[in-house]
Design a protein around this ligand. Structure first.
Ligand code: PHE
Length: 344
C-alpha cells in the first residue's frame, strides 16, 4: 500500500511538472505501459496470499484510473497550449505595409476597337479578322482594283513580293469574308485590324495604323441604311446631337462613294481650331459596294446590294481624347498610357 501511495505521488509530481506533450507520453509509457510501474504492481499480486489480492487489485485499479485521468487532462492542456502558441507564431500583422501591385490600363486603341465592336455586335454584326500579311488578290484585285489601276496610288503599299503585301486596308478582310460566305445572305460584319502604308511618320501620319471597316450585304440595302448606321455610330463615338454629312468621293470598291464628316464635338459646329473653323471633321470613307466587287465574290448585283465603310481608329481616339500626335499610340510612354482607364 505504501508503495502504491509513493508511486502515485511520484507520478503526479512528474505529470504536473511536465511541459511538453512528449514528456507526458513518456510518463504514460513508464507508468501505464505494458512493462510500466502499474503493470509491475499487478505482477506483484501473484505473490500475495489470496485474501489480500482483491484489496490490492482495487487499489491498483484506482491508481491506474487516476493516473489515466490526470495524464489525459494534462495532455489536453498541453495540446491546447501548443496550439495557442502556434497561432500566436503564425499571426499576421495586417497593419504592415503590403507590396503594391498596380493594375494595367487598356490601350486607347483597344478601347476604341472594343467600343466599336460592342456597338455593332449590338446591331447583329459579327466581328471578322484576317491576316496582316495579305495576298494582293484580297487587298486589291477582288476589291475592283486590278494591277495598274490608278487607284492603287491612293494607298502606297509595302510589297513583300508582287503577290504578297502588308494589307493597306481592312477591306481585305471583307473580301475574304465575301468569298467565304459563298453567296449566302445576309452579311453583316465589322472588321477591325492593323493596316500598313508607306508614309513618312509625322504628327498625323503613321506607316502603321488601325481601321475598322463595316460591311452589310443583303436584299434592298440602300444608301440611307448606310447613313442611318453611320449617324448612330457618330452619336455613340462623339456624343448625342452630332450630325453627319456625305461628300461625293471615290473608292474603286464602292459606287457611289462618299467621304463622311461629323459635326465638331468640340465647338458643336460653331468653328474652332480642331475642325479648322469648318464646323465639321472628316472621319471616314464609305459607299455602296461596287457591283464588280459583288460579282468577283460570287454575288449577283441584280439580286443584292450592300454598303461598306472604313474608319481610322487613331483618328477617332485623337479626336475623342484630344491627342495631338499619332506617334503617342506607338511609343509606349507609360505616362501617356496611364491616362486611359476604363471604368466598366
Ligand atoms: N478602304 C478604304 C480606305 O482604307 C475605306 C473604305 C472602306 C471606303 C469601305 C469605302 C468603303 O481608305
Amino acid at each position: 500500500m505504501e508503495k502504491i501511495q509513493q508511486l502515485k505521488q511520484q507520478a503526479i509530481d512528474f505529470i504536473e511538472s511536465a511541459k511538453q506533450v512528449e514528456e507526458v507520453n513518456q510518463i504514460r509509457i513508464e507508468y501505464l505501459g505494458k512493462k510500466g510501474h502499474v503493470a509491475n504492481l499487478m505482477n506483484l499480486m501473484k505473490e500475495l496470499p489470496n485474501e489480500e489480492k482483491p484489496k490490492l487489485g482495487a487499489k491498483v485499479n484506482e491508481l491506474k484510473q487516476e493516473l489515466t485521468a490526470r495524464i489525459d487532462e494534462k495532455m489536453m492542456i498541453l495540446k491546447q497550449q501548443a496550439m495557442l502558441e502556434n497561432l500566436e507564431k503564425e499571426k499576421i500583422d495586417i497593419t504592415l505595409q503590403g507590396y503594391q501591385s498596380t493594375l494595367g490600363t487598356i490601350h486607347p486603341l483597344t478601347m476604341i476597337t472594343q467600343e466599336i465592336e460592342d456597338l455593332f455586335l449590338g446591331m447583329g454584326y459579327q466581328v471578322a479578322e484576317g491576316p496582316e500579311i495579305e495576298l494582293d488578290i484580297y487587298n486589291f484585285e477582288k476589291a475592283n482594283t486590278p494591277k495598274n489601276h490608278p487607284a492603287r496610288d491612293m494607298q502606297d503599299t509595302f510589297y513583300i513580293n508582287p503577290e504578297v503585301l502588308l494589307r493597306t486596308h481592312t477591306t481585305a478582310i471583307q473580301m475574304r469574308e465575301l468569298e467565304k460566305a459563298n453567296g449566302k445572305l445576309p452579311i453583316k460584319l465589322i472588321c477591325p485590324g492593323k493596316v500598313y502604308r508607306r508614309d513618312d511618320d509625322d504628327a498625323t501620319h503613321s506607316h502603321q495604323f488601325m481601321q475598322a471597316e463595316g460591311l452589310v450585304v443583303g436584299k434592298n440595302i440602300t444608301l440611307s441604311d448606310l447613313k442611318g448606321t453611320l449617324q448612330y455610330m457618330a452619336n455613340h463615338l462623339f456624343g448625342q446631337g452630332r450630325t453627319i454629312r456625305f461628300r461625293p468621293s471615290y473608292f474603286p470598291f464602292t459606287e457611289p462613294s462618299v467621304e463622311v464628316d461629323v459635326s465638331c464635338h468640340i465647338c458643336n459646329g460653331q468653328g474652332c481650331n480642331v475642325c479648322k473653323s469648318t464646323g465639321f471633321i472628316e472621319v471616314l470613307g464609305a459607299g455602296m459596294v461596287h457591283p464588280n466587287v459583288l460579282k468577283a465574290n460570287g454575288f449577283d448585283p441584280e439580286v443584292c446590294s450592300g454598303f461598306a465603310f472604313g474608319i481610322g481608329l487613331e483618328r477617332v481616339a485623337m479626336l475623342k481624347y484630344g491627342i495631338d500626335d499619332i506617334r503617342n499610340f506607338y511609343i509606349n510612354d507609360i505616362r501617356f498610357l496611364k491616362m486611359f482607364h476604363r471604368f466598366d
